[in-house]
Design a protein around this ligand. Structure first.
Ligand code: KIV
Ligand code: ZN
Length: 553
């Protein structure tokens, strides 16, 4: 019988730690719910002691998620472990994940500890954690560069202390697949009580080998793999869950394992991550990139028509992408539109269907054929939960190669129109200055990305902006056939998030007795309301955004 592999997702901890990927509480909660739908066995929700915002999000996820185990990371320190437990104890299946570095390099230069001290600390802290929580995972940080016999001793000690899972990270992505497989085999053969635990692998991608190393570790006996969606994570990232699981599914002849993950949710999960973080997925990204199932060359197309297996080793349907022969355009009705959205993995409630169908019709008036990529872009910009505080009424720009650009922008707030005219070196810059003047709130433009959604001449332009003020970092996304309009939409989405936090912060100081727990509960309530309204959420938590700011500066 096929042996079971557990998938431990650390997108919300190792992934979120990476610059540019930070999320606020509402976004983490939304993503955690999708991870649950994806069927991951464990969600590492964060590092509870890192900040009040981290604590509140781990706690909120622990209370909301019912199927997956919810873990919090903690150093092998009492106060970390106690905080991790406080954050996860409401979970249906709580786990404390505690770690200490074991390589000589880390012991000497980072921890300034002897091997024996680190061993004693690891064992004592697993015992402490085990007294609080029935499910303990221990990680030996930098295990891949740790002396093998010392590593065996640590693993044996923490198993005796009660670690149900022992994780072997290649923290700096240094290992080669053969070598990493050998390390896992060595532990399997030399740790006397190894049958009392599950060995886990956690591989970083510094040399592009995270998935290969994880597969080698599984082959050698590990039964849990730690991954992130799209491989996001520290530096070059972690093993990508979609690559690892699709490798197992596609090469069942070599990896005969069972797993709970529903691969049909992979595409949707990767899109949700991109839409929340504002970081685009590279078109050539394995499994979920826009080109992963595109066959451009004549030879390939001919082969595909004769038999899809000539060039396709997995089907688009297996990751949740449904093929279509139906082309949507301006004569398509709402029914066909909603059906196609469903095929792409998005279930729309009546309100969202009406809103997105209006956006779709506006685009279809200007663009003959609407592709799936256009629909996804519309979906992502239309549902990214930005509050509607300032709305675009009109803009007029005047620009050319030998002149200063001018923008006249009119915004509406609470039905009142406000207008400003600004000049700058380019039309987008002039528009952004005009918005800043109207809202009377200065901000820094941290990032601006413009891309064409498809290759065609009439392609939609998609703009992602990131702005910051002294409370945090805010993202926005906009899509239009006019790139200035897309820029305005994305800026207004970000600006509205910023204004909301500002106004929320003022309200919060007036009512300053909110505890982290109360906030978490409020967020679950908001999120549940949001889900029933299909991802329309308002409100945010100040601490999370401040942390974001701190991270990204
Ligand atoms: O890469 C690593 O070693 C980690 C541990 C904390 C599990 O992320
Ligand atoms: Zn890591």
């Amino acid at each position: 019988m096929a042996e079971h592999i557990a998938i431990f997702d650390t997108t919300l901890r190792d992934g979120e730690q990476a610059p540019g990927y930070s999320m606020n509480l509402e976004e983490k909660l939304r993503f955690a719910r999708q991870l649950e739908a994806l069927g991951v066995d464990v969600i590492e929700a964060g590092f509870a002691i890192a900040s009040p915002g981290d604590f509140a999000s781990v706690q909120a996820i622990a209370s909301a998620v019912k199927e997956s185990t919810v873990a919090s990371l903690s150093r092998a320190l009492k106060k970390d472990i106690d905080s991790a437990w406080d954050a996860v104890k409401a979970a249906a299946r709580p786990r404390i994940h505690t770690f200490i570095a074991t390589s000589d390099l880390h012991l000497e230069y980072k921890l300034k500890m002897s091997r024996q001290q680190a061993y004693d600390q690891a064992v004592a802290m697993v015992i402490h954690a085990r007294n609080l929580c029935p499910d303990i995972e221990f990680s030996a940080e930098d295990a891949a560069r740790t002396d093998r016999d010392y590593l065996c001793r640590v693993v044996e000690g923490v198993i005796d202390a009660g670690a149900a899972v022992v994780n072997i990270p290649d923290t700096v992505g240094y290992s080669m697949p053969q070598e990493f497989g050998d390390l896992i085999a060595y532990l399997m053969n030399n740790v006397p009580n190894i049958d009392k635990t599950i060995l886990s692998v956690h591989c970083h991608n510094d040399l592009g080998l995270a998935v290969a190393n994880s597969l080698a570790g599984l082959k050698a006996g590990a039964r849990q793999a730690e991954c992130t969606v799209c491989g996001i994570g520290e530096r070059a990232g972690n093993a990508a869950v979609e690559e690892l699981v699709m490798a197992i599914r596609t090469r069942k002849d070599l990896y005969d394992y069972s797993y709970n993950l529903k691969t049909e949710e992979l595409y949707k999960t990767s899109r949700l991550l991109s839409s929340i973080t504002g970081v685009a997925i590279a078109p050539n990204k394995a499994v979920v990139g826009a080109n992963a199932f595109a066959h451009e060359s004549g030879i390939h197309q001919h082969g595909m028509m004769a038999n899809a297996r000539t060039y396709e080793i997995m089907t688009p349907e297996s990751i949740g992408l449904k093929k279509t022969t139906m082309v949507l355009g301006k004569h398509s009705g709402q029914h066909a539109f909603v059906k196609r959205m469903e095929d792409l993995g998005y279930t729309l409630n009546a309100e969202m269907a009406t809103k997105l169908f209006t956006d779709f019709k506006n685009v279809a008036d200007k663009k003959k054929e609407i592709t799936d990529r256009d629909l996804i872009a519309l979906m992502e910009s239309g549902t990214h939960a930005a509050p509607k505080i300032y709305e675009l009424d009109t803009f007029v720009v005047n620009s050319g190669n030998n002149m200063t650009a001018t923008a006249c922008v009119t915004l509406r707030r609470d039905g009142k129109k406000m207008q400003a005219v600004e000049m700058a070196t380019g039309p987008v810059y002039a528009c952004f200055k005009a918005v800043e003047r109207i809202i009377k709130h200065s901000y820094v433009l941290e990032d601006y990305q413009l891309r064409a959604v498809t290759e065609h001449r009439d392609a939609l332009g998609e703009v992602l902006v990131k702005i910051s003020d002294n409370h945090g970092v805010y993202r926005g996304r906009g899509v239009s056939t006019d790139v200035i309009e897309a820029s305005m939409q994305s800026l207004l989405a970000a600006v509205n998030r910023m204004i909301e936090v500002e106004e929320h912060a003022v309200a919060e100081t007036e009512e300053s007795d909110h505890s982290a727990g109360r906030k978490a509960k409020e967020w679950i309530r908001l999120s549940e309301e949001a889900l029933s309204r299909d991802m329309k959420v308002s409100g945010t938590v100040k601490e999370d955004v401040s942390k974001e700011h701190h991270h990204e500066k």
